[in-house]
Write a protein that binds this ligand. Structure first.
Ligand code: BTN
Length: 242
């Protein structure tokens, strides 16, 4: 594996047969001084986490489950754009499907192929480090009904190649985060969200309307039925029937 990984991401890595969550393993390693780009990869997670307190079902050998350590000098307001950029890297790697805001990779039938979890270690307003966790379903396995696996669409892709490509694309976008225009354009290209009616469960309550565009911060702009606009920077999107 090592010779495949030419960049900063994955130069230091740990490969585990089984763990509760690669996020926790990487956090411990980060506290012990792991370098930026360090990766923890597991064949199986017994306590895989998704966004919003959900589980990420991680059967042995069926997916890519890994976390990358980032030590960015970014204002907190740029974190959402980083999470969009991670979605772009996923879509470029899988070469199938599209993105549900902010960064779920959906199969053409709308089931979920992959997701991104960003956990931040903060000291006040300052980001000490970030744990960027990625789960990508690759092979057929017992998964929840709303999940799909990449093998169905791309039986030619192998996990090891996917990992190398995904790390390279993540690094590419990480290095270009300041170029908001480039990140947004790439995200728009892979969007399954824009131009569609959506319902978003935000911390402040549900928002329903037409997903119009993404803002430089990464926030989603929604046009409400009364013509006013709302900008949403956190929440769970449901794509409604057009
Ligand atoms: C989501 O869409 O809800 C995010 C899913 C993120 C899952 C990955 S798998 C590797 C890393 N370790 C975890 O416990 N979660 C992330």
């Amino acid at each position: 594996l090592q010779p495949l990984l030419q960049g900063r991401f994955g130069r230091a890595y740990r490969y585990l047969g089984r763990t509760t969550s690669t996020q926790d393993e990487l956090r411990a390693w980060a506290e012990a001084g792991a370098p930026e780009g360090a990766v923890v990869l597991a064949e199986q997670q017994t306590g895989g986490r998704g966004r919003r307190g959900r589980r990420w079902v991680s059967p042995p050998g069926a997916g890519l489950y890994f976390s990358v350590l980032l030590r960015p000098r970014l204002p907190l307001t740029d974190l959402l754009r980083l999470s969009l950029a991670a979605g772009v890297a996923l879509a470029e790697t899988a070469e199938v499907g599209g993105l549900k805001w902010p960064n779920d990779l959906l199969a053409p039938d709308g089931r979920k192929l992959a997701g991104v979890l960003v956990e931040a270690d903060l000291r006040g307003e300052e980001v000490r480090y970030l744990l960027l966790g990625i789960g990508l379903n690759v092979h057929e396995a017992p998964l929840p009904p709303e999940a799909a696996c990449l093998e169905t669409y791309r039986p030619d892709l192998r996990r090891v190649d996917l990992l190398a490509r995904l790390l390279a694309r993540l690094e590419h976008w990480y290095d270009r985060l300041a170029d908001a225009g480039a990140v947004l354009d790439a995200w728009r290209r892979f969007s399954y969200t824009l131009g569609r009616p959506v319902r978003i469960e935000t911390p402040a309550g549900p928002v329903e309307g037409l997903a119009e565009d993404v803002e430089p911060s990464g926030a989603l702009r929604v046009r409400l039925p009364d013509g006013t606009r709302r900008t949403v920077s956190a929440g769970d999107v449901a794509l409604l029937q057009p």
